[in-house]
Design a protein around this ligand. Sequence first.
Ligand code: SF4
Length: 248
Amino acid sequence: MSMRRNAATAPAVEPDTAGPPLAELAARNAEFEAGGGRAAEIVDWVARTYAPNAVLACSFGLEDCVLVDLASRHGQGVTAFYLDTQLLFPETYATRDHLAERYGVRFVAIRPVKDVEQQAQTHGPALWRRDPDLCCRLRKVEPLQAHLSGQRAWITGIRREQSPARAGAPYVGWDDRFGLVKANPLAGWTAQDVWDYVRRQDVPHNPLHAQGYPSIGCWPCTRAVRPGEPPRAGRWSGRGKTECGLHA
Ligand code: SF4
């Protein structure tokens, strides 16, 4: 991903070699909180501090499209990847291609060890219906873990208002689960903020958002939401599951 570097707006943290830089991250997060969580500044800081070992996780949701736009301006040296479960909507793959063309980005596809057919041979067909946690582990969490193992920081599009589980997300912090820095530049944004940015910058995005899909994952586990439902109500609907396991 070819990304230009922005003028420095916050000092970089020295690379840490002795364990998680918890105090540094807490201090940096407090600065970002005090500054109102300016997303461009956070992306710039991650790039200056951790690139080329910094990656942007892109599932081609609206927030991720915003991050691709921001990273094209402020994220020099950050590479973008996506978890290709091979069960994404055709509209999602088309969105990937539109973003790639617009920003000159190469999205690295991270795939599971087994394709869908091989998974069916081992675990039976449509594992997502019987054991979505195992399916997510095999098709998302384990591939992500392998990809992040060589990185020092990752950037995600999670926002605090998306769900109670995300309500406490910091702008930057230590990801215990995967063992690296996690940055959430849009943590403080509202859904309206995201749409305002997309429209202002004419950012390519998934047409399914306009058809009642505020949150889009694999097609077997995503439905449109009904009026008044929370934005993630269409994910694993009726299965008592709310997260893939990527965001603790
Ligand atoms: S979202 Fe559904 S289909 Fe996709 S990996 Fe998880 S359980 Fe499997």
